[in-house]
Design a protein around this ligand. Sequence first.
Ligand code: SF4
Ligand code: SF4
Length: 95
Amino acid sequence: MAKGKIIYKRAKDIPLNAMSVGSMLFNKTGAWRNVKPIIDYDNCIKCMICWKFCPDICIVIEDENPVIDYDYCKGCAVCVVECPKKCISLVEEGR
Ligand code: SF4
Ligand code: SF4
């Protein structure tokens, strides 16, 4: 066993801590978001760099356009930073 590595053989051996229960289908992580990315389609060049970089795989391609699935987008802003046209902006959630 590697030094410092802890191996749990049974689920009941795992210490109590914050953990996700259920699959991603049940845990819609968009509820955590306090800012929301909005795509300006007038300036979008459909390069799909936002789709490639989104760490939550929550940008889908529909009719050759990137579309954000807000059920899962956490508002991390990676897409905002990576967009070469700077056509994704963040707005406060609820606006
Ligand atoms: S804000 Fe983050 S999670 Fe949401 S679409 Fe952009 S890269 Fe994906
Ligand atoms: S990265 Fe920007 S320009 Fe490229 S597809 Fe996404 S929103 Fe459009």
